[in-house]
Design a protein around this ligand. Sequence first.
Ligand SMILES: Cc1cc2nc3c(=O)[nH]c(=O)nc-3n(C[C@H](O)[C@H](O)[C@H](O)COP(=O)(O)OP(=O)(O)OC[C@H]3O[C@@H](n4cnc5c(N)ncnc54)[C@H](O)[C@@H]3O)c2cc1C
Length: 456
Amino acid sequence: MSVAILGGGIMGLSLGYCLARQGVAVEIFEASPVLGGLAGPLVLEDGVAVDRFYHAILSSDSHLLGLFDELGLADQFRCRETRMGFYHQGRVYSMNNLVEFLRFPPLGWIDRFRLGLTILYARRVRDWRSLEAVGVEQWLLRLGGRRTYENIWRPMLKAKFDGGFDDTPATYIWSRLVRMTSTRRGASQKELAGHLIGGYATLMQAMARSIEAVGGQVHLQSPVQQIVIEQGRARGICLNGERRTFEAVVATMQAPIFRRLIPDASPEYQSYLGQTEYLGIVCPLLVLDRPLTGFWTLNITDDRVPFTGVIETTAYIDPRYVGGHHLVYLPKYTAPGSPWQTMPDEEIRSIWLKSLTEMFPDFDPRSIRYFLVHRERYVEPLHRLNSAHLIPDVQTPVKDLFLVTTAQIYPALTNGESVSRHADQAAQIIRQSGQGSSVVSAGLPRPVPAADRAAA
Ligand SMILES: Cc1cc2nc3c(=O)[nH]c(=O)nc-3n(C[C@H](O)[C@H](O)[C@H](O)COP(=O)(O)OP(=O)(O)OC[C@H]3O[C@@H](n4cnc5c(N)ncnc54)[C@H](O)[C@@H]3O)c2cc1C
């Protein structure tokens, strides 16, 4: 079976790695000059490579850790205890253990107790489908009460969804709570986050080498122009104006990009794909000569701050691995059509720095070595209430054409762990179809979040 895989991000490479090891002849086509997609690297002016966006690997990411073992990368994985905090009404609060939690001033005793119960309850939910029809606001109000909702959840959700989240199901916050608490171990409840030396690029390169070692091919700077569809069947791809024939084609990019590559698919399928929406991101990276907060994540519950959080990855990456720099990302998630996406870099810089200086009066702008604004339009698929039927299947209506994309990952959050797990499951579907089994188009078995795995 010869398979063209479109996209050299974590999804495309994980899929290529799985299929190539099972004897499938794969060729990966990546539009950009480097592998990695959203998890790709960025080379600073001084030649140091860093992750373009922040990427933590958690100690509970068992699938990824398994991949590191298989690829001989385990000794390049570094993991550290980290700290997280809250920025609330002009002050930073550490929130790392029970004592700090019980002292958190915006909440009274009963609120704190209910917040604790919300987290415990979330970890015990077995059937996420029961949350699919419940709004996130309703769920959080019921479990945690009004004060916790107004002080913590509402501002965080507003920032994450760039305004409205009325039709967001409770599954969103449930998945997040499960992931964020899955790494806390033992009585100390310490939080562990990690990275590969060299960032996610190290994993991508290792997977590419492994694919090539068994005869597969990885092509960079190869933007596929169109997927060739004839008589309801995918026949290959169009690249640099030339046709290349394959027995199957797998697209791993986001649905709106995929849609543009299939002008010959039915209008019904195209308009179905058009219903998949994404959050985008505007994410300045501050490269500093000193630490800023010491927290890996600082959640912001203040509407006046334009960014969603302060993420300092050098809280868990030893700066010696990134040229002695301190890396701080200040992401702003953007709703479809958000004006933040088109705002000039200079304007973003001035708004962001004004806010940062107000938050941290000791912050010295002279500590900035680089201020780099990065943007992406399709980052996180948006799932609305009762809309699981809008999740596209891996098997498309076009024979021998498959879509393996982050929009299919639900209710788990999209990250390296869930993406590589999903790619594994999708590889089985593609292999089965190549062996002539009919694929039931009832959707993919959804990745099971950590709490359910533990319970299973
Ligand atoms: C700000 C931010 C923070 C994140 N934090 C974390 C984190 O802490 N931990 C974690 O594990 N994950 C994190 N993630 C999520 C993670 O980066 C993504 O889930 C993952 O990278 C998605 O990979 P993908 O391969 O599905 O998609 P992509 O990375 O988007 O890959 C798709 C690829 O397809 C290519 N492509 C598009 N069109 C064509 C074409 N016509 N021809 C050929 N190639 C094409 C693109 O160039 C791209 O490389 C974060 C993401 C962001 C943006």
